[in-house]
Design a protein around this ligand. Structure first.
Ligand SMILES: [Zn+2]
Length: 425
């Protein structure tokens, strides 16, 4: 039996909204948490002293384009449309080997900053799947569906789904890019296929005001209403951004059990304006999750930073310091996405998969340690993470990837960047 005993854990954040435990043991057997308590007896193959650790549910990044880490720092500080044109130009040069190198580096970065699972939309997702498996994370992956790019259609997605079938840690999803890059016909096809095969469908929606204006001009209705009329909205629908929505649109999302991924850093950096109406989403019962978006518009994949900015943006926007609490944003990146995608994780409880992040209490960002959850959300960064367990297996130990040479991953990524951007100014 595979077993690990985490002994004398200084603090255990069992659940974003429950009490923090102190000085307890956690026994992990066959990838699942089997016991939590004081001085657990019994044999374990591995016993680790955790008297200097905070144990918390590992984090979940609900929106990424992992391979875009290759373009980190490229064409920053531009207007959205200019930026997009530049990115599309360089993306046209991408080959599968570049996508793999970028995704592998992104997986390393996510693992080392405490993220165990992410939702990705990009090209050649088989390459991303290989990177996820190599590092030992879990991911929901979808090949982008874009009408204007030949070959990136539903057929390509079907092929991807076939190619990754049976992988334990890869869950294929459908990923129509947006309502402005997919025709009504395409969206209908995707919707039908999603319902037939019970697949999640993820889509960028109402990210900018321009998108809303264009939609009203073309269809005479707003983006959410447009998708609602196509019968696209259901419990398997996940929208990215959803910032420019009316109360009526949020109501429609709630009634149809749609989930929304908020990406505050990307929205603020690209100056999409306004703020995600978190309060209204909550009131209408829409499930909220957090994501970084690509490392080209963020420019980090660190979910600790994302939690902090998500909370700050709401407080600032509403002129109300109590608008959002730390526990709430922690929930949006732990329990909430796991509940959305039906994963047995998101909390440190008996029977749950052991997807855990360990933080070193000696890190300067965590001192003084009077309020653990506040420190996690408002002060910690991914650098505080010392170890990561995914289904009871060590992925990161003492700050280093287990079983993989980090230098080689960095080298491969640098080569790909040189290949793609070497001649750029
Ligand atoms: Zn995106």
């Amino acid at each position: 039996m595979d077993s690990v005993l985490l002994r004398n854990c200084r603090f255990v954040v069992t659940h974003a909204k429950k009490r923090v435990l102190e000085n307890v043991d956690i026994l992990i057997e066959n990838g699942k948490i089997s016991q939590i308590g004081k001085s657990i007896k019994g044999e374990a193959e591995e016993k680790i002293d955790c008297s200097q650790k905070i144990i918390m549910p590992a984090l979940f990044n609900a929106h990424t384009h992992a391979s875009m880490v290759l373009f980190r720092g490229y064409r920053d500080d531009q207007e959205l449309q200019t930026w997009l044109q530049d990115i599309w130009k360089v993306e046209a040069k991408l080959k599968p080997k570049h996508i793999y190198a970028g995704a592998l580096y992104a997986c390393m970065e996510m693992a080392k900053s405490g993220t165990w699972c992410f939702v990705d939309m990009y090209f050649e997702e088989e390459e991303v799947a290989n990177a996820v498996k190599k590092v030992g994370l879990t991911a929901l992956l979808g090949c982008a569906i874009i009408d204007a790019i030949k070959g990136w259609d539903l057929e390509r997605s079907k092929k991807f789904i076939k190619n990754v079938k049976g992988s334990e840690n890869i869950i294929p999803v459908l990923a129509p890019h947006s309502i402005y890059t997919c025709s009504e016909e395409t969206l209908k096809e995707v919707n039908e296929f999603s319902k037939e095969h019970s697949l999640f469908k993820t889509i960028h929606l109402s990210e900018t005001r321009k998108e809303v204006f264009d939609c009203v001009k073309k269809y005479g209705k707003r983006p959410v209403e447009y998708l609602h009329d196509l019968f696209f909205l259901d419990e398997k629908t996940v929208i990215f951004h959803g910032s420019w929505v009316t109360k009526n649109e949020i109501k429609l999302l709630g009634e149809n059990k749609v989930s929304a991924v908020h990406c505050p850093v990307s929205n603020m950096k690209l100056a999409t304006g306004g703020a995600f109406p978190m309060r209204e989403y909550r009131e209408q019962g829409v499930r909220i999750m957090l994501g970084t978006d690509g490392a080209c518009s963020n420019n980090s994949l660190d979910m600790f930073r994302e939690m902090k900015v998500a909370a700050l943006l709401q407080k600032w926007f509403r002129w109300k310091g109590s608008e959002v609490k730390a526990e709430e944003v922690l929930e949006y990146t732990t329990n909430s996405p796991c509940a959305c995608f039906g994963l047995n994780s998101g909390s440190v409880e008996i029977g749950k998969d052991a997807n855990l992040a360990l933080l070193d209490v000696r890190h300067y960002s965590l001192r003084p340690l009077r309020n653990v959850i506040s420190n996690i959300v408002y002060s910690a960064t991914g650098n505080c993470v010392s170890d990561l367990l995914v289904r009871g297996k060590w992925i990161v130990k003492d700050g280093k990837l287990v079983n993989l040479e980090e230098e080689k991953i960095i080298e491969k990524m640098e080569e790909a960047v040189e290949d793609l951007l070497g001649e750029e100014k």
